[in-house]
Write a protein that binds this ligand. Structure first.
Ligand code: FMN
Length: 320
């Protein structure tokens, strides 16, 4: 068994389409995230040589290791995409993750993402075929089921097919993001397989991460939405798991991280990066009183130094 994760209880940044780019991954890593995932990348796009798709494989200079998530439903094409990924990233590729959880209609309509939970034999063949060519561990991220709870049988199929680790977001495809993540399903999967199991879903702070590990016995946790606008959550969770003290960053420290995000995205992507930043910036301001006007002002900022000026200037008028 190969363990793809670098620490005993790894804390991972979830793949999030449109968010987990090179800049955000590096920020999370700087706060202690053990392994950050790319967003899901189309195997079809990679094998067709689509330039836009290939750009998702870009890594930052300071990124020593990332997990790349691929989606698709054709075993040979998925294997070819894994090979392209491995050739491109070399030693910076820590693992290939296969998306078997995405609930979006345009994805499942092609038989990709969580649709694979309805075709477990194909899911197993994909895992086996990717595993044969991959020089790094192969992991799978999936859901509780399509409509019913089928995750234990599905996990066993993936394990038999050679998956090195699994990550479960315990909502069904039909639930999308409604309701709460059913932690008992994570515990059941953990008890049913011998490979590492990562728990995902609704982790919002150190306490919820620790209780997820305690209640389910999972080997590590993966954080998605709660990291947006709060990349320091990894420091909080790592401290909670280690049982060491943690101090929440001050308002000015939080805004400094937002500024750093702006500066790095501008450097990496130019003016287009600032357009992408618009969905991140308001998240840094959640819970800050009097930030509505600031949000509008930030949208009009022409470059990162204006963002710095607006944010640091605003410190005089806003409070948590
Ligand atoms: C905006 C957004 C994009 C996402 N994109 C992906 C993706 O590309 N691949 C994937 O496996 N899951 C994706 N997810 C699901 C997350 O990885 C995660 O499983 C889910 O958000 C539950 O974890 P959380 O409660 O910590 O957010 C996405 C979620 C969000 C909110």
């Amino acid at each position: 068994m190969i363990d793809p994760y670098p620490s005993a209880h790894p804390v991972l940044l979830a793949p999030m389409a449109g968010y987990t780019d090179v800049v955000f991954r590096a920020l999370c890593t700087s706060f202690g995230c053990d392994l950050a995932y790319t967003e899901m990348i189309s195997a079809k796009g990679l094998t067709f040589g689509n330039r836009k798709t290939a750009a998702y494989l870009e890594v930052g200079e300071d990124e020593t290791g990332i997990a790349v998530q691929l989606f698709g439903h054709e075993p040979d094409r998925m294997a070819e995409a894994a090979r392209i990924t491995a050739d491109h990233l070399g030693p910076r590729l820590r693992c290939i993750d296969i998306n078997m959880g995405c609930p979006a209609q345009k994805i499942v309509a092609n038989g990709d993402g969580s649709a694979l939970m309805r075709t477990p034999a194909l899911a197993g063949t994909i895992t086996e075929t990717v595993k044969k060519v991959s020089p790094v561990p192969v992991t799978v991220k999936f859901r509780k089921g399509w409509e019913d709870d089928t995750c234990v049988a599905f996990a066993k199929t993936l394990e038999s097919a050679g998956a090195d680790a699994l990550c479960l977001h315990p909502r069904t495809r039909m639930q999308q993001y409604r309701g709460t993540a059913d932690r008992s399903a994570i515990g059941e999967v953990k008890a049913a397989v011998r490979i590492p199991v990562i728990g995902n879903g609704d982790i919002t702070d150190g306490e919820s991460a620790v209780s997820m590990i305690r209640e389910t016995g999972c080997d590590g946790v993966m954080v998605g939405r709660a990291a947006l606008g709060k990349p320091w959550i990894f420091r909080e969770i790592k401290a909670a798991i280690a049982g060491t003290p943690y101090t929440e960053p001050s308002l000015s420290e939080r805004l400094e991280v937002a500024v750093l995000h702006a500066e790095r995205i501008e450097q990496a992507k130019g003016p287009h990066g600032l357009v992408e930043l618009r969905k991140h910036l308001p998240r840094y301001l959640y819970g800050i009183r009097g930030s509505a006007a600031l949000r509008t002002r930030l949208n009009d900022a022409k470059n990162a130094s204006e963002i710095r000026e607006f944010l640091l200037d605003s410190l005089k008028n806003i409070t948590i």
